[in-house]
Design a protein around this ligand. Structure first.
Ligand SMILES: [Fe+2]
Ligand SMILES: [Fe+2]
Length: 335
């Protein structure tokens, strides 16, 4: 092995834990692991292994299967549930524990005893390489997500900059919409879609003159018809972004009403996306409870009265119920 390779492995401080009740195997495995430039810890059964993992972050566990106290299968199960280490199973006793079986149990690889020293090291290095590749992928994905969130927040703040009276409205609508979606038990991807649509839902207002947005008196019909273009404008801005979920359509539909009296499409009932129904309720509740240029904030109770009164007529009943439940748990807007 080249010297610089050893240095780079040492810099990464990869910790390998070998678990076996045979002292001679532990000694041999420890030597082979160290030869490859990794730190090596040992344990003689599953219980001891867990104790080591509570103290030290372990990258890879190489475990025997048949051991007293806690065997390798149970240990693998516990590692999968509570730790981030990858597991290599190692045995000579379980004839029926094939590579396929080991992988099904959650192991990344399988070493048959007696093993050749070369094979042991090749399999260990392969698992570590795969682990590093996965970590790099996770990091790039996180970077991408951070960029996407940054762009979304910047887009959202363009509306806040033009309409300081309602600054933070989209963020607060997103907070309530997320809380409602969670209380409805919706899955993570849908909640994240609702969050993005919430933060961006009034983006189309950037096409409306600022003096109309912040007008302190009642709007004329023409001014109101201008305001009503914002879901369409928002949709047009967002429709070409390849979001993994229908964010643009949710934005498009956030002023639709269950009875078809909303805008811009006049959709009704189940033609409206469930995510849009949630956003609608969150939007109304936030808008009513907060201060507006033409009136002071009416408070949360008044807002909840409105959605209760028009449950089913304008607002989806299951969403209204979830919103009331969320409010009862002392939901508060922040920011
Ligand atoms: Fe809106
Ligand atoms: Fe809104």
């Amino acid at each position: 092995m080249a010297e610089n390779e050893i240095t780079s492995k040492q810099e990464q401080k990869i910790n390998v834990l070998v678990v076996d009740d045979e002292k001679s195997i532990l000694k041999l495995a420890q030597r082979l692991v160290r030869q490859e430039g990794y730190d090596c810890l040992v344990a003689s059964n599953g219980i001891e292994a867990i104790a080591v993992m509570e103290e030290t972050v372990i990258d890879v566990v190489i475990t025997d299967i048949a051991m007293p106290e806690m065997g390798g299968i149970e240990l693998t199960k516990q590692i999968k549930e509570n730790y981030s280490a990858d597991v290599i199973m190692m045995t000579g006793y379980f004839k029926d524990l094939s590579y396929e079986n080991a992988v099904t149990q959650g192991a990344k690889d399988f070493i048959q005893k007696p093993f050749s020293t070369k094979e042991f090291q090749i399999r260990l290095n392969r698992v570590i390489k795969e682990r590093e590749t996965n970590q790099e992928l996770k990091q790039s994905l996180k970077r991408m997500n951070d960029i996407v969130n940054g762009v979304i927040n910047s887009l959202s703040s363009t509306v806040d900059a033009r309409d300081p009276y309602t600054a933070g409205h989209q963020k607060r609508v997103a907070q309530l919409a997320i809380a409602i979606a969670r209380s409805m038990g919706l899955e993570k991807t849908i909640v994240s879609s609702i969050r993005m649509a919430g933060i961006l839902h009034d983006l189309g207002k950037i096409a409306i003159p600022a003096e109309i947005l912040s007008k302190p008196s009642t709007l004329s019909d023409i001014e109101f018809s201008l305001i009503k273009t914002h879901p369409q404008v928002g949709f047009d801005i967002l429709k070409n972004i390849n979001f993994p979920t229908p964010v643009a359509m949710i934005v498009h539909q956030h002023h639709e009403r269950m009875d078809g009296s909303g805008y811009p499409l006049g959709l009704s009932g189940n033609d409206i996306l469930p995510e849009a129904k949630i956003l609608t309720v969150a939007d109304v509740v936030e808008a009513m409870s907060s201060h507006r240029p033409y009136r002071p904030g009416l408070g949360m109770d008044k807002a909840l009265e409105e959605i209760k009164k028009n449950r089913d007529r304008f607002y989806a009943p299951d969403v209204v119920d979830a919103c009331l439940k969320t409010a009862a748990k002392n939901f508060t807007f922040h920011g």
